[in-house]
Design a protein around this ligand. Structure first.
Ligand SMILES: NC(=O)c1ccc[n+]([C@@H]2O[C@H](COP(=O)([O-])OP(=O)(O)OC[C@H]3O[C@@H](n4cnc5c(N)ncnc54)[C@H](OP(=O)(O)O)[C@@H]3O)[C@@H](O)[C@H]2O)c1
Length: 334
């Protein structure tokens, strides 16, 4: 009869102390995913998505390298006393739940200020007695935007991470819900003064083009991945991605520029500033990560695409001076 051979892996925290006395027993031929399951058997609160397993740091290494769950233990743990470093990531929620809740607030809060003008009496103001067309169109634009995001969450995005820390739900909800209330309060205010008709139409036209382009960018990103979200990061191509690394952020910013041109409130512009700042920081990080990806794949067109004008990388990421940047690449390519 064939018996499965097993090995004992020492599981330590980042301070080097044992997490489980005597280590954890796993099949010798097992993977890191099997190790996570074995850890869960020792303590049921540590379900696999809550665990981060890495190899002990090597001299000179500052950050641990996360390990793919499909990797075989015996390929990475070669020492006689195999050891891994364990980090408890805390309670987790699925990415879909995180996105669902953060977008749900704006869909509830904003219409309250439009449909129930009596809320202003709680702020010591009179009820709004007249509704300008711009306030009605703003409601449609707002709801369309967040319904689109909910739709994308469930039917478009292919997330690579199954879960996110629970704390992010509170943080993101405060951000989206508070800004929804803040903007809705001013756009539907009883003393609101609308902009001229031409400005309103130009603003909403920019917003609609931004929203549709943003949706198309998300479809392009979706097609980079297999349905199980397993495949890694790739360099997006086509449409505005030929010019901008994170065209989905560029078009998101465009949509909020349009909304603000049409509605013109300080609250809206503050949101635009915060959103632009956040997306710029993320875009720069993603731009760097994709640059690394091309170095690894060393595909000729990809490395060329990212090579010129490092000084312009920041702008390239979010797409301000990008046209210049990439036209150089394409001239170089051709
Ligand atoms: N108003 C605001 O403050 C604000 C702030 C941020 C975002 N947003 C909006 O929310 C949308 C979603 O935000 P996000 O930050 O989650 O966008 P994101 O990181 O660009 O991700 C969108 C989806 O595409 C995938 N993806 C991105 N780049 C990829 C690549 N190179 N290869 C393969 N897949 C890739 C992501 O996978 P992973 O799961 O692996 O990441 C994710 O499933 C944005 O596009 C924007 O419209 C708004």
């Amino acid at each position: 009869m064939r018996t499965e051979r097993s090995m004992r892996v020492q599981v330590v925290g980042r301070n080097g102390r044992d997490i489980f006395k005597g280590g954890v027993e796993v099949p010798e031929d097992g993977t890191f995913a099997d190790l996570k399951k074995a850890i869960q058997r020792r303590n049921s609160k540590y379900y696999p998505d809550r665990q981060r397993i890495s190899l002990p740091l090597q001299p000179g290494q500052l950050r641990p390298t996360p390990i793919d769950g499909s990797k075989k233990l015996k390929d990475c743990l070669t020492s006689d006393r195999p050891q891994v470093v364990f980090k408890d990531l805390g309670p987790q929620v699925s990415y879909r739940s995180l996105f669902f809740f953060e977008y749900l607030g704006p869909l509830i809060i904003y219409p309250i200020f439009y449909h129930y003008p009596q809320v202003y009496t709680h702020f010591g103001l009179p009820e709004r007695t007249f509704t300008y067309p711009v306030q009605t169109y703003a409601l449609y634009a707002w709801c369309f935007h967040y319904l689109k995001r909910e739709f994308e969450t469930f039917f478009v995005h292919r997330f690579s991470h199954a879960t996110s820390p629970l704390a992010n739900v509170y943080r993101n909800c405060v951000y989206y819900w508070a800004f929804a209330g803040f903007i809705a309060y001013f756009v539907n205010h009883p003393y609101y003064k609308p902009v001229g008709e031409t400005q309103m139409y130009v603003g909403f036209a920019i917003s609609i083009v931004g929203q549709l382009s943003n949706f198309y960018c998300h479809v392009i990103l979706k097609n980079l991945r297999t349905a199980d979200g397993k495949s890694s990061y790739q360099i997006p191509d086509g449409f505005l991605f030929n010019y901008v690394t994170c065209a989905n952020y560029t078009t998101e910013i465009m949509q909020w520029v349009g909304f603000n041109v049409a509605t013109q409130t300080i609250a809206g512009y503050l949101f635009l500033t915060a959103a632009t700042y956040i997306m710029t920081v993320w875009a720069v990080q993603k731009h760097r990560r994709l640059k690394k990806v091309c170095t690894h794949t060393s595909a000729h067109h990809q490395s060329v695409k990212f090579s010129p004008s490092n000084c312009k990388s920041y702008l390239t990421a979010v797409g301000v001076v990008v046209l210049l940047d990439y036209s150089q690449c394409y001239i170089y390519l051709s």
